[in-house]
Design a protein. Sequence first.
Lengths: 70, 171
Amino acid sequence: MAKEMQMTTLGLMTHGAHAVGERFMNDMQISMVPAASAPLNVKPAPRDLTDVEVQSMWAKHPGVSFSDFL
Amino acid sequence: MTFALMPQKWSIASCLFPHEENPTLPGPGPHPVLIAGVIPDKKLVLAVYGSGQTDVTLARGALEPYQIQITQRSSYLHLTTRFDFRKAVPIEWCADWFKPIGYNVPIIMGRLDQSQIIQANRAMREWDDRLKLGAVPWGTVPMIATPAQAAQPMIVVKKRRDFTQPGNGEE
């Protein structure tokens, strides 16, 4: 009985360890994908900026022009 | 506390969308922006927000000379995204505006490749030429504003029509 239990435990341990290990590796593979090479779940803005918004954002930085960034 | 190093020109970063009522403040997001220029001493970047999903469909119309379209396959974007230089805005490079889209994701997500940079440079110069011809009143001649005016929040209040007054009814 003790021997059977030992064998079962051993079997469960090896099988369980394998399953856990496999799952762990799968998880690791997902998390190890470099962020820069994966298409990220970052969606474009919900709408375009309006002219009023663009104008007010430029007005916040007087003296700065588009050409300054060329 | 110092924020992340300034991005290189033509990086793609994650940035909050302007607040709806006061666009000079950060609102919801973050969304991808193309960094079209950097002024390091002022800690300013020129950010071009990617157009929304419906804007990138071909049905929307042909690409204007001052727009570029980046396919998701060739970049770090989730969807093919159109960047319109007409809507480029200066934003402070700071933690208030630039936030990562998730845990362990860098704020600067990637950079255009060489062929995309050539297209982007062409589109940016095209819009600069149009600005010099007076396409829009902002972003060209430095806008004259006192510090008090610049600090003044711009709040757009939609005035509701008062139907109780004569002459304000529907036509």
